[in-house]
Write a protein that binds this ligand. Structure first.
Ligand code: AMP
Length: 282
């Protein structure tokens, strides 16, 4: 695996490969890698792409400074995992490389409701920062395919819009969420959960699964199922629920009651760690 820290060096390396017809697959990450991240690398490898992973903890997408300061950094282990996973290239830029003119002079795209609801409401500015860095990374790496996780459901919907609005030449592939044996969605933040919080964290995926099963049995109205799921989580006083919502799977608007694809999404703080998860319901 070759490691590049500068955009110029990366592009000089990629140019002849692209010219020779190599297909590039790109997996952007913030590091502290786990099997979920590796599943994206594997998907890219399986499609015979020359696979590029980036690790960059992007300051502009953290609305909470403590969250940024506490974000786990395990770079040596990450490099080992990527190497063992067969990743071809690691792009490891500095903040200066990605933001040579400082923060805040980018023209933000207006994603409308899609970026204002759920995570957008609870993490103001998060999606502007995310879209800003994803665009920069896509321009630096010029991939044919971009691999992202369903774990960050709203993020992948917004990136799809970003690609469309900026007319970027890449195809987004969304990969299913990898889970621990008990159902907890794998996340870099899970290492910050203490024993008690780790035990409780499973309640999020349990609530999502319960909603899916109620829905598939055709049991009652969506609104009522949603309310019951909220109550189940709110009963546990160590869980601070931010939202539990059933929404249209494409627009994230509340359900209309007509036939449509739905997704249930949850965000909660457990033991001081903010976790998100989601599940498609049909
Ligand atoms: P992050 O490092 O958290 O920014 O995540 C980098 C990429 O990995 C994003 O596209 C995430 O959606 C994806 N990802 C994170 N957790 C998982 C998981 N448990 N399963 C699959 N993909 C994931």
């Amino acid at each position: 695996m070759i490691i590049f820290k500068r955009i110029k060096d990366l592009q000089n390396h990629l140019k002849p490969l692209i010219k020779n017809g190599k297909q590039l697959g790109f997996v952007p990450t913030m590091g502290a890698l786990h099997q979920g991240h590796l599943s994206l690398i594997k998907r890219s490898k399986a499609a015979r792409n020359l696979t590029i992973c980036s690790i960059f903890v992007n300051p502009t997408q953290f609305n909470d400074k403590t969250d940024f300061d506490k974000y786990p950094v395990t770079i040596d282990k990450d490099i080992e995992m990527l190497h063992d996973g067969g990743c071809d290239i690691l792009f490891l830029p500095t903040v200066k490389e990605m933001y040579p003119h400082g923060f805040g002079n980018a023209k933000a795209i207006n994603f409308g409701f899609l970026a204002q609801t759920l995570e957008g409401e609870h993490r103001p500015g998060h999606f502007d920062g995310m879209a800003q860095i994803v665009e920069k990374l896509l321009k630096a790496t010029t991939p044919h395919k971009l691999y992202m996780g369903q774990k960050d459901y709203q993020q992948q919907l917004i990136v799809q819009q970003l690609i469309k609005k900026r007319r970027l030449k890449t195809k987004l592939i969304t990969v299913d969420t990898m889970r621990e044996k008990d159902g907890l969605a794998m996340s870099s933040r899970n290492v910050r959960l203490d024993k008690e919080a780790r035990k409780l964290a499973v309640e999020l995926s349990k609530a999502l699964r319960w909603v899916k099963s109620e829905k598939s049995k055709g049991k009652g109205e969506i609104q009522k199922i949603q309310e019951k799921a909220r109550q189940k989580l709110e009963k546990k006083k160590e869980i601070t629920l931010e939202y539990f919502e059933i929404r249209n799977a494409e627009t994230l608007e509340p359900p209309t009651g007509k036939k449509e694809k739905l997704v249930a999404l949850v965000a909660a703080k457990i033991g001081g760690v903010r976790l998100i998860d989601n599940m498609r319901l049909n």
